[in-house]
Ligand binder design. Structure first.
Ligand SMILES: [Zn+2]
Length: 497
C-alpha cells in the first residue's frame, strides 16, 4: 500500500515544486535553536503551566524604503490602515502592538532588500520590532516576505542575528495575513508545515515524515506545537479551497483537512484569522526569554482612536504665500499624538508629484523648499501610536508668490522699517530706510494675489530716508511693500485694516 503512495508521490511531487516557487511564499528559514523554546512552551502547556495573562505592549518600527526621490514607498494611509489590522490580529493574544515610529529612508540602494545587512545596522531601532517595507524583494514577485534572524547559520549560538522583518509591499506583502505571518516568525513560530518548505502543496499525497492526525508524534515533527493540526501544504496562493483546504494524508495514510485559519499556514488571507493557544504560549515564551528588550520601553498611554479629521487653519484655503517660507498649522485633533504632513503638486496627491512629507508631533510645520508662483496642495492625517485605525486626511490648497519673505542682503541698506502695522485704511504708512550710499530704484506694493497695485520711482541719498505711502486706494488686507534696487530687493509685509 505504501509503495503505491510512494510512486504517486514521485510523479506528483516534482511538478508541484515549481508551483510552490512560482506561487506566493515566505522566505523565512526557521532557526533550529528556536525549537528549544517551542518545545519548552509546548511541554509546559501540556503540564498545565501557562504563561501569565499579563498584557504585553510591543513597539513596532515601520521602515518605509523609498528611492532617493522619495518615490516608490508605501502610502501613509495604507501604512496606518495596515498597522491597525496587524494590531487587531495580535490583540486577542494579549500582545498589544503599538506604532513606535514610521521611518522614511530615501535611498535607492536600500530599496533592494539584498542591502538589508548594511541597512539594518544604520537604521534598526533598539527595543522595537523592525519591519522594513520594500517596494519589491530580490527573491521575486512571489516572495511575500521573511523574517531574517540567524536563519542561515543554524549552528550559530548568537540568537537573533539581523533580526528584522522584510515585506514585499507591492506584492502579497500588501496583505495583513502576510504581515501577521512574518510577525509570527519574529515571535518564534515555525510554519505549521515546518520541514516541507519548497515541496509544493503535498495535497492528496502520502508524505513520509508528516505529523499524525492523532497527535502522537506532535513533539517531533513539523511545528512541534501540539494543538496545531497536521499540515503538509507548502504551496502559497491556495485560496481556501472548498473552505477546508486540500485533503492531505498523514504518515499513516490517514486523510485529514488542515487548519486553513492558522496564520502560520500557507493558505491565503481570506482563510487566516488565528493562532492556537499553543502558538500563543510559544510567542510568550520567546518574548520573555529572547525578547525582553521589547518590554523595556514605557507602556504608551492607553488612548482611544482618532475619530476626527484635522481642521486646517493656515494658510487659509486658496491663499498666496511668499514662496521661501510657508507656515502651516491646524487645530489639534483629540487623541492624536502624531500628524502626517504632505505637500503635493496634484490635487489627488499623486506620489510622483509629492514635494515634501513627514511625520510631526506638533500641529504645525514650516516649509522652506517651495518654488515661486506655483499651485500646491497639502494634507494632514492625525493618528496616535496605539490606534491607527480610521486615519483620514484633510486637504487644502495654496499658491506661492514670486517673492520671498526673507529680505535679501542689499549692499548699502542698513535698515528698513515700516509703521504703523497694521495701518488704518486711509492713513499713511511710514517707510523708513537707512542707507550708507545713494541709490536709485522703485517702491512697489503688491496685494495678496501678487498683483502690483502701486509703483513709484525712488531716489535716495546716503542718509535716513522717510517715505509716506497713502493707503487710501487700498482695500483692507495683506500687502507687501517692495524696494527694488539694482543691488537687490527688500520686502516688508503690512496689513491695511
Ligand atoms: Zn513563513
Amino acid at each position: 500500500m505504501k509503495n503505491s503512495f510512494l510512486i504517486t508521490l514521485i510523479f506528483i511531487f516534482l511538478p508541484l515544486i515549481s508551483i510552490g516557487q512560482s506561487g506566493e511564499w515566505c522566505g523565512t528559514v526557521y532557526p533550529e535553536y528556536m525549537f528549544e523554546y517551542v518545545e519548552e512552551a509546548t511541554r509546559n502547556l501540556q503540564n498545565g503551566i501557562e504563561k501569565s495573562g499579563d498584557a504585553y505592549y510591543i513597539p513596532v518600527t515601520l521602515h518605509n524604503m523609498r528611492q532617493n526621490s522619495g518615490l516608490g514607498g508605501t502610502d501613509i494611509e495604507r501604512i496606518l490602515e495596515m498597522f491597525c489590522e496587524i494590531a487587531d490580529a495580535f490583540e486577542p493574544y494579549d500582545m498589544n502592538l503599538y506604532l513606535s515610529s514610521i521611518e522614511y529612508h530615501d535611498n535607492t540602494a536600500w530599496t533592494a532588500d539584498a542591502a538589508i545587512a548594511t541597512t539594518q545596522f544604520l537604521t534598526r531601532e533598539k527595543n522595537t520590532v523592525n519591519m522594513y517595507l520594500f517596494p519589491s524583494l530580490t527573491g521575486g514577485a512571489g516572495l511575500c516576505g521573511y523574517y531574517s534572524g540567524n536563519a542561515t547559520s543554524p549552528g550559530a549560538t548568537q540568537p537573533m542575528g539581523l533580526d528584522v522583518i522584510a515585506i514585499n509591499i507591492n506584492g502579497c506583502g500588501n496583505r495583513v495575513d502576510v504581515l501577521v505571518h512574518e510577525l509570527g516568525h519574529y515571535f518564534g513560530l515555525p510554519h505549521t508545515f515546518h520541514g516541507f518548505e519548497g515541496s509544493g502543496s503535498n495535497c492528496g499525497v502520502y508524505v513520509v515524515n508528516g505529523e499524525r492526525v492523532d497527535g502522537s508524534n506532535c513533539h517531533g515533527v513539523t511545528d512541534r506545537i501540539c494543538d496545531t493540526k497536521p499540515d503538509n501544504n507548502a504551496s502559497g496562493g491556495l485560496n481556501c479551497p472548498g473552505g477546508q483546504g486540500c485533503l492531505q494524508y498523514d504518515r499513516d495514510s490517514v486523510a485529514f483537512y488542515p487548519d486553513i485559519t492558522n496564520y502560520m499556514s500557507y493558505f491565503d488571507e481570506d482563510c487566516q484569522n488565528r493562532f492556537t493557544q499553543g502558538q500563543q504560549e510559544v510567542m510568550r515564551n520567546i518574548i520573555e526569554n529572547l525578547r525582553e528588550d521589547l518590554l523595556i520601553p514605557p507602556i504608551p498611554e492607553s488612548i482611544e482612536g482618532v475619530t476626527e479629521t484635522a481642521t486646517l487653519v493656515l494658510p487659509p484655503e486658496g491663499a498666496n504665500r511668499p514662496y521661501d517660507e510657508v507656515y502651516f498649522n491646524w487645530a489639534p485633533v483629540p487623541n492624536s499624538t502624531h500628524y502626517y504632513f504632505e505637500i503635493n503638486r496634484t490635487e489627488n496627491f499623486s506620489p510622483s508629484f509629492m514635494v515634501e512629507n513627514g511625520i510631526v508631533e506638533k500641529n504645525e510645520y514650516t516649509s522652506t523648499i517651495l518654488q515661486p508662483s506655483l499651485d500646491y496642495y497639502w494634507r494632514v492625517i492625525p493618528y496616535n501610536q496605539v490606534n491607527t485605525c480610521n486615519a483620514t486626511d484633510s486637504q487644502g490648497s495654496f499658491s506661492t508668490l514670486a517673492w520671498t519673505v526673507a529680505n535679501e542682503e542689499v549692499e548699502g541698506v542698513e535698515s528698513f522699517d515700516i509703521s504703523p502695522n497694521p495701518v488704518t485704511s486711509g492713513a499713511s504708512l511710514i517707510i523708513e530706510l537707512q542707507t550708507t550710499r545713494s541709490m536709485n530704484g522703485a517702491l512697489n506694493v503688491y496685494n495678496i494675489s501678487g498683483q502690483l497695485v502701486h509703483r513709484e520711482a525712488i531716489d535716495v541719498p546716503a542718509s535716513s530716508n522717510q517715505f509716506m505711502l497713502d493707503t487710501q486706494p487700498f482695500a483692507t488686507g495683506l500687502y507687501v511693500v517692495q524696494l527694488e534696487f539694482e543691488e537687490g530687493m527688500i520686502y516688508q509685509k503690512f496689513v491695511v485694516q
